[in-house]
Design a protein around this ligand. Structure first.
Ligand code: FUB
Length: 457
């Protein structure tokens, strides 16, 4: 999108009071989104660009997960797997784009370790704990291990599972039902390669002016109605997103064109993930907006979209607004994890074995916002699970805006330690119906307290 047009869109959003939802995570840099729908929630597995980039290259040690039931409030599940899960690999960097899938009650996370190939982890829940069932990489006897990145996994209607991956070519295997081995009787010791023809992937000129496949990396494979889709980063660096379709998972693939072009706030890489959820279609990608243009510090964004009548995917704009409509209001009369949020500024999250993920690095003036909280007929009391090894501070509850109507103030006092949790409470004035709820943190210098959960009574 031309820069001027984007500025205009942002201005219109501001005037209309549209809440920015992109990027969907503000506490960490996240990239390479891999969404998965499970039991009424979308889980998004992401890579994690570290806050400190080493040697001006991707600095990525672990994989994170987030989930949402309404597509605007995202719950942080923290780091769900890391390079340390793979005892056989000595890599301390290279936790690149993964994808997860569920089969027979187990969750399989396909993880590329840049330079050490494609591996797999297994868990009993979508958020882990994940363990390495093989003790070695999954894809062996590979033609080019350095380019074994970006796995995408798909189970066809007949139960046959496939794993595709690769840069700048697409390879694939037929996974066995256990999802942790593959049929080695086909292809080259089990590995097959897609025809990287211009018909299948479009074309671009390389540095010598020679036409070559438009495909770059980041494949995302799925089926909708009778059509198979292969969506991918295209056109070299900087990356566009393009797609191809086929009548069967093994092709022949036909190039269909771009889904996302360039925009000033897109990074030099881009990476697609597409799902249908509660009757809507969503396109996940990443930008460098949060880091103000640092390509090794990216952030996951999402756009809702509608397929054209013929099944083609429209050209999508990378917006700041993202998903503007929540799919359902949030119920505050049950425990809400503090790390469930639509937007925050200057906060972090931490995971402890004692209490799971909680909001940390809370300083004076920081805030988090939860979209579409359903106050029903009203609430009288706010309760929070908090911990503080310092003097504490307070949580202001405000309606609709950072400086919106003050519902009440919860004083948070010292609990005896940063991981010593107490319930602290405050009376609040009655609010009814559905509002965005802002938690504004106030106090003195330095970290004030940690915030694990809240509820209304
Ligand atoms: O995040 C590291 C690499 O950058 C991914 O594997 C590619 O898809 C690109 O996004």
């Amino acid at each position: 999108m031309p820069f001027k047009k984007m500025i205009l869109l942002l201005a219109v959003s501001a005037v209309l009071g549209l809440q920015a939802q992109n990027p969907i995570v503000q506490t960490y840099y996240t990239a390479d989104p891999a969404p998965m729908v499970h039991e009424g929630r979308v889980y998004v597995y992401t890579t994690h660009d570290e806050d400190e980039t080493i040697d001006n290259f991707f600095t990525m040690h672990n994989w994170r997960a987030y989930s949402s039931a309404d597509m605007v409030n995202w719950t942080d599940h923290g780091v769900v797997a890391s390079l340390k899960n793979f005892a056989w690999s000595d890599k301390d960097n290279g936790a690149w784009a993964p994808q997860a899938i569920e089969r027979n009650g187990k969750f399989y996370l396909y993880c590329p370790i840049h330079g050490d190939g494609v591996a797999v982890l297994v868990a009993d829940s979508p958020t882990g704990p994940f363990h390495d069932p093989l003790g070695k990489r999954l894809i062996e006897d590979t033609p080019d291990i350095w380019h074994d990145i970006d796995p995408t996994v798909f189970i066809d209607d007949d139960g046959q599972a496939y794993l595709f991956w690769g840069n700048p070519k697409v390879f694939y295997v037929k996974l066995n039902e256990d999802m942790t081995s593959y049929d080695r009787s086909v292809g080259e010791k089990g590995i097959m390669a897609l025809d990287m023809s211009v018909e299948a992937f479009g074309s671009q000129k390389d540095e010598n002016g020679v036409l070559r496949s438009n495909y770059t990396e980041g494949p995302w494979v799925y089926k909708r109605k009778d059509l198979y889709y292969l969506v991918y980063a295209a056109a070299g660096i900087p990356e566009y997103i393009a797609y191809s379709t086929a009548p069967s998972i093994e092709g022949p693939w036909t190039y269909q064109g771009y889904i996302m072009e360039r925009a000033p706030h897109l990074a030099f890489t881009n990476h697609p993930g597409i799902i249908d959820f509660k009757g809507n279609s969503y396109f996940f990608y990443h930008t460098h907006e949060l880091s103000n243009g640092e390509g090794f510090k990216r952030s996951v964004s999402v756009e809702p979209f509608t397929y054209n009548e013929d099944g083609s995917i429209p050209l999508l704009k990378p917006t700041k607004a993202g998903v503007t409509e929540s799919l359902s209001p949030l119920n505050p009369f049950q425990r809400v994890e503090a790390e469930t949020m639509a937007w925050s500024e200057r906060l972090k999250t931490t995971k402890s074995s004692k209490t799971g993920v909680y909001v940390s690095s809370i300083n004076n003036g920081d805030y988090l916002m939860v979209r579409d909280v359903d106050f029903g007929d009203g609430a009288k009391r706010f309760l929070a699970g908090v911990a503080s090894g310092a003097v504490g501070g307070s949580i202001e509850l405000r309606l609709g805006a950072l400086d919106g109507k003050l519902l009440g103030v919860c004083t948070v006092s010292n609990t005896g330690g940063w991981n010593t949790w107490e319930v602290q409470a405050a009376k609040i004035s009655k609010a009814k119906e559905v509002h965005d709820l802002y938690f504004v943190f106030k106090g003195g210098e330095g970290d004030l307290f940690n915030f694990d959960w809240w509820t209304l009574e």
